[in-house]
Ligand binder design. Sequence first.
Ligand SMILES: C[S@@+](CC[C@H](N)C(=O)[O-])C[C@H]1O[C@@H](n2cnc3c(N)ncnc32)[C@H](O)[C@@H]1O
Length: 233
Amino acid sequence: MSAAQENQVMTLKDWKELWQRGTTGFHQNTVCRLLEVNIDKVVAGRSGVRFFFPLCGKAVDMKWLADSGHSVVGVEISEKAIREFFEESKMSYSEEPVPSVPGAKVFRNTEKSVSLYQCDIFRFSSSLEGQFGAIWDRGAFVAINPKDRENYAALLVSLMAPDCRYLLDTLIYNPERYSSHPFFVPDEQVRSLFGSTCDIEPLQEEDALTEDFKNCGMDFLIEKVQLLVRKSS
Ligand SMILES: C[S@@+](CC[C@H](N)C(=O)[O-])C[C@H]1O[C@@H](n2cnc3c(N)ncnc32)[C@H](O)[C@@H]1O
């Protein structure tokens, strides 16, 4: 991890406030191209794959996958984001408490192809929804506070079914020039956190430097996707 960022913290309250204020520049109104381009490698010929979306926001990728015959379980702290997802997707939905996680709620569309848990990701576990056949991690690993990365990686590995294909999107930039989220995730750390349990295949990287990030001080920004597949034991 970068020394410049190791003590950076975004609290759950900070995230909820971003949603309340509508300062959610990370949200994209179209399906993420890096998911679209690499979807065949994630689905790998399977149908009806169960996807997990950590820190899901209101990503339209969830509707896209559900419309393609897959199902999605997401976890998100902001109830506003979850309600906006269903409303903007024109999906009717219901909500209920999660008895084993006091204070948490789960929101599901009528078809039950999308289930979104409103809680801290660190209170979610495989006891709620089992393990998953795929994970799409965009804006998630890079949003987790750097000090929590080990716990996050352990949780994600515990949610991977033996055939799980985990598409991880990270950002590479100079952390001396930008200290906030989305956080810089060095490749060495991905290897140290996942390398003993998963084979890691770099799939694609792209220049992602926008005017906004330049104005925040960045001089380069690379968005990178890697495919993590469980090693057979
Ligand atoms: C950078 S956004 C990415 C959202 C989505 N993955 C996307 O690509 O649009 C990170 C999201 O994680 C949520 N979040 C942050 N920390 C969380 C936590 N510990 N548990 C659950 N959700 C969290 C935030 O509210 C925010 O919506």
